[in-house]
Write a protein that binds this ligand. Structure first.
Ligand SMILES: C[S@@+](CC[C@H](N)C(=O)[O-])C[C@H]1O[C@@H](n2cnc3c(N)ncnc32)[C@H](O)[C@@H]1O
Length: 216
């Protein structure tokens, strides 16, 4: 499978554009209340770490991983942050023995504007029971408007749903054109909780979660 690690000017431009955005994605803002207080969080392909940074207060620790950690240097001494410089697509999966995240478990994994299909199973396996996956990236159709256009970097219709099928409870899913977004384009977004096995109900259904932050 071709990887997305090329550093051609086009790819570098996209990264620079993304690094200029410091506010977290509205999708994460909408669902970050589902991340356990004092949970361990992974911001995968973190870039400048805007998503991991936004949950640092509620987390016990956040792991930021990217092949380029220049924009994360200010976090190197942060007591709750761990910054890992690693190529996520370079041979051994980061989740497998010998990988940068081998045997690590998280209460939430956040992936925004990054896709390397081979990692999807490892991401789900790395979640603790009741862990939350918040994933948002470009999908097929985006090529008509803007980069990324490479099909390796564009989700197929329903692909994130297929990835979590029978493994996680889907809380929310969207696929379509997003005009009012940090990076406009065709996006697929998923929020899912790994709690299909946690039922306390006679019918085996998983627990219900608040769709918005609980007000007291
Ligand atoms: C478009 S940026 C998104 C950054 C961040 N998630 C955000 O939304 O602000 C994609 C990120 O993926 C990282 N990336 C691309 N290929 C990678 C690889 N093979 N290994 C590790 N990181 C990679 C880039 O360095 C870049 O920071």
């Amino acid at each position: 499978m071709p990887n997305s690690s090329d550093t051609t000017p086009a790819t570098t431009d996209v990264r620079a554009k993304h690094l200029r955005i410091t506010t977290p994605s509205p999708w994460l803002q909408r669902f970050q209340h589902l991340i356990a207080q004092q949970g361990r969080v992974l911001d995968l392909a973190a870039g400048g770490g805007r998503h991991g940074r936004s949950v640092l207060d509620r987390a016990s620790g956040v792991v930021f991983i990217d092949r380029d950690i220049q924009a994360l240097h200010d976090l190197l001494d942060h007591p709750k942050a761990r910054v890992i410089e690693a190529d996520l697509e370079g041979g051994t999966s980061p989740f497998e023995a010998g990988g940068a995240l081998a045997d690590e478990r998280f209460d939430a994994v956040i992936v925004v504007n990054y896709l390397y299909r081979s990692l999807l199973d490892g991401i789900i396996d790395a979640l603790n029971p009741s862990g939350v996956l918040i994933y948002e990236t470009f999908a097929r159709g985006n090529e008509a408007f803007a980069r990324p256009r490479n099909p390796d970097h564009l989700l197929k219709s329903g692909e994130l749903l297929t990835a979590v099928a029978d493994k996680m409870q889907v809380i929310a899913y969207e696929h379509g054109r997003v005009e009012a977004s940090d990076i406009p384009g065709v996006k697929q977004r998923l929020c899912a909780v790994k709690d299909l096995q946690n039922s306390e109900r006679d019918d085996g259904d998983p627990p219900a979660h608040p769709l918005a932050p609980t007000t007291k």
